[in-house]
Design a protein around this ligand. Structure first.
Ligand code: SAH
Length: 218
């Protein structure tokens, strides 16, 4: 990428963020750290935030949505236990940053966004930066993508009030779904592992504040 778009200053700040994620947050997954050291997060947010793009902060993106904190992206992605070439369904493309991280890690990504302008924004940017997912879908993530299921992994980047059953049905046996769930403004992050058609293990991780998972497209 040319120096104007991704300068030495950006690269330096990115490296500092990676050190912070490793030393202070405790992120261990080398593939996640490498992908986050490669993807230029500052290009996914408005240029007024450029200076702070590599701090552990969330920023507003289009339509009152937010790009997640880098530590949240690192945590969620690590929980997926990703291997290259795995088929991953992402619910909530947003600006496309998390999508780019998954693509950079070699996953085959299918991503769904319910807000038209974010769907369009992410398609254009991901193509420009060469982090194209296999498929970008403008639609309701509660429905998943039946035509492409089953998936090895599913990541939900918005807070659900309950378990979206269809998504569990679209997961392979042995597959993992990482999803924030909770009724109020805050959610707990969960990892479910599918044991068979009916049984799952459930692990609980930290408390987060994601934008809500909403039905209907706009
Ligand atoms: N991973 C994104 C985070 C965006 S915030 C990023 O890196 O920018 C979560 C996104 O989930 C928002 O863009 C929101 O519009 C979307 N969303 C909420 N409910 C959804 C649903 N039912 N289906 C698809 N996307 C949804």
């Amino acid at each position: 990428m040319n120096e104007k778009l991704d300068s030495y200053l950006h690269k330096g700040r990115r490296r500092q963020l990676i050190n912070y994620l490793r030393e202070k947050v405790g992120v261990r997954d080398a593939g996640v750290l490498e992908a986050m050291n490669t993807v230029p997060r500052h290009l996914f947010i408005e240029s007024v935030f450029d200076e702070w793009a590599y701090e552990d902060r969330a920023f507003p993106i289009l339509s009152d949505q937010t790009i997640s904190h880098p530590s949240t992206v690192a945590e969620q992605t690590s929980l997926l236990e990703l291997s290259p070439k795995e088929k991953v369904l992402e619910i909530g493309t947003g600006c496309g940053y998390q999508t780019a991280i998954l693509v950079a890690m070699g996953a085959d990504v299918y991503t769904i966004e319910r807000i038209k302008n974010l769907y369009e924004f992410s398609i254009t940017l991901l193509k420009q930066l060469n982090y194209q997912p296999k498929k970008s879908i403008y639609g309701d993530g509660f429905l998943g993508d039946n035509s492409e299921s089953p998936f090895d992994k599913i990541i939900v980047t918005c807070g659900a009030s309950e378990i979206p059953k269809i998504l569990f049905d679209q997961l392979k046996i042995g597959g993992i779904i990482v999803i924030p769930m909770g009724k109020g403004k805050e959610q707990k992050l969960y990892r479910f592992r599918k044991l068979d058609a009916k049984q799952y293990t459930k692990e609980e991780f930290g408390t987060y504040a994601f934008v809500p998972m909403l039905g209907n497209i706009t």
